[in-house]
Design a binder for this molecule. Sequence first.
Ligand code: ADP
Ligand code: MG
Length: 314
Amino acid sequence: MNRNTAIDFYALGTKNSIRAYGSGGSGALRAACRRVRAIDRAMSAFRPGSDVWRLNESAGCGPVRLGTETIDVLARAQEYAALTGGAFDCTVRPLTRLWGIGGECERVPSVREISDTLPNAGYKGLAVNRDNLTAELARKGMAVDLGGIAKGYAADEIKRLLAEAGILSAIINLGGNIVAMGRRGDGRPWRIGVQDPLALTGKPLAVLEVEDRTVVTSGSYERFFIRDGVRYHHIIDPRTGSPAASGLLSVTVVGASSIDADALTTALFVLGRDKGLELLRMLNADAVFISEDSELTVTDGLRGTIVKCSDKEA
Ligand code: ADP
Ligand code: MG
């Protein structure tokens, strides 16, 4: 009897899928899908009435009471902002809005527009109070965008729900934010490809063999637009107000918690390889970097986990 179950759905601005193997019911998958949709309803910056939308509407007007989950994710975002010196910064929304990232009309703003908008970003202007469940943006014009962390939170939530339903083996994929639960049905580790950002074929540059791990990638090739032959992508360097130009095509973090990995990949993409490696050493975390010349850099903790599909090595 085939007891595998699968669900595909759209939420959080991306395509998502859950595949569960062996045992467990489709009810758990449907519940997981509902959960992700609820997270989207609370945390989308684009949805009128969402927590994040209300917070942004109230910028400069004092604290706003929000749902526990949104407060938790905002608090985690702030931890990562402090930890990465602001490379991860969920208050980049005025800048992502200026560039039209996330659905609006994408365009290249003028230098003047960017320098005028930069003062409206900055995580120090966001206060999160976990005790009374409020958050506050200090100045009018400020706004939050949880696009760099919400998928990781949602993936962790799905894992929790599936585990509670007794599912031991599953692949959760929220727009490239992957959680590999347990092992494959044949008892072997899951094999997750690290995509070659330049290959049109989808052929991976390397394969990660993992068990009970999350694998999260941030890449400039995922969401971008081209104007006058220049490629502009969706990860903003909060210091410059423009798409990060750190010499990377992608960063993949392998870890235990998807929310941590999600925030970290975005930050590493902004910081670049060398500063990124320093941060990873400090956090005792692991990642694979792919540079613009397709050079692969792998942290020591992933030796034995990664199988390279090409000869290129750092
Ligand atoms: P993806 O959404 O492709 O998985 P990321 O996790 O790196 O990639 O998130 C990128 C999204 O995060 C952007 O679309 C934007 O909403 C938001 N963002 C952009 N730059 C930053 C930044 N420096 N810090 C935090 N969030 C960011
Ligand atoms: Mg991220």
